[in-house]
Design a protein. Structure first.
Length: 274
């Protein structure tokens, strides 16, 4: 092949296929940037409209993600047709790759299916406090394959949606009120009726404890060295830990002032002589 034939071939490719390829790359880059911006605008717009409705906010993010992925696939398909590629061969390659990739990412596909199931069934939403898969914390984001959880000590845990969708989930934020159960132990030599009245008095003095349902205290167990009194208080979800700390501190102080003792395990050791 002489130089003139080679140059003619190269120039022909540049003026036809090369230019189309450059145009396709530029169109894809610009289109992807616009689609990402459009998806972000959609998510922000819908989120601003539904402030306070956590479930709808989660759904709006999922819809924005699905729109971005769908539009990008549409752009790629259109560019393939613009370049004039043979789609039959591409279809066969995609089909074979799909089988192999499907086998390789079986866990990922189950996580995606789990994410779709979580969005549809909505056992929890953003900002809910949940317990699942051995972890408890506040839901920060429900992604396509995993759910982002922030624990009380500010750790971030990513739970796979496939496992999460099939496990037991405890949602502490779904109901507006939550019950605080605390067991207080007193000695057998003390007046357990007086101890019960003290616990009730402390509970009623806490401004965060709701009056309806009323606080209650009852004997829960007669243990080997103590009488266990179970207190049941109701408060708002966000006040749970504050109420619990308030009760533990103030009941201990009130017990000390009124001579109520909290028993502890004791061990007597007898040493035998020769």
């Amino acid at each position: 092949m002489d130089w003139e034939t080679l140059w003619s071939t190269v120039s022909g490719w540049i003026t036809q296929t090369g230019i189309k390829l450059v145009v396709a790359v530029l169109v894809m880059a610009v289109s992807f940037a616009l689609i990402n911006r459009l998806g972000k605008r959609i998510a922000e717009k819908h989120t601003s409209r539904i402030v306070g409705r956590k479930q709808d906010k989660t759904l709006a993010r999922a819809i924005a993600t699905a729109v971005r992925i769908g539009l990008k696939l549409l752009v790629v398909i259109c560019l393939i047709g613009y370049l004039g590629l043979d789609t039959s061969g591409i279809t066969a390659v995609i089909a074979s790759l799909g089988v192999s990739v499907g086998l390789a990412v079986n866990g990922t596909l189950s996580n995606i299916a789990g994410g779709v199931l979580l969005v549809i069934t909505r056992p929890f939403s953003d900002d809910d406090y949940i317990e699942a898969c051995g972890y408890s914390g506040t839901v920060e984001d429900i992604k396509l394959c995993s759910t982002k959880l922030r624990t009380v000590d500010n750790k971030v845990v990513y739970l796979p949606n496939g496992k999460l969708s099939t496990s037991e989930i405890v949602n502490y934020s779904e109901k507006p009120l939550r019950r605080v159960d605390i067991v207080f132990s007193v000695s057998y030599s003390d007046d357990f009726g007086a101890a019960r009245d003290i616990i009730l008095s402390v509970a009623r003095s806490c401004p965060l404890v709701v009056s309806e349902p009323e606080p209650s205290v009852c004997m829960d167990k007669q243990s080997a060295s103590s009488i266990d009194l179970l207190s049941k208080l109701w408060c708002k979800n966000g006040d749970y830990w504050t109420v619990r700390a308030y009760m533990l501190e103030n009941v201990k102080t009130a017990f000390d002032k009124n001579g109520i003792t909290i028993p502890f395990n004791q061990l007597d050791v007898n040493i035998k002589g020769q």
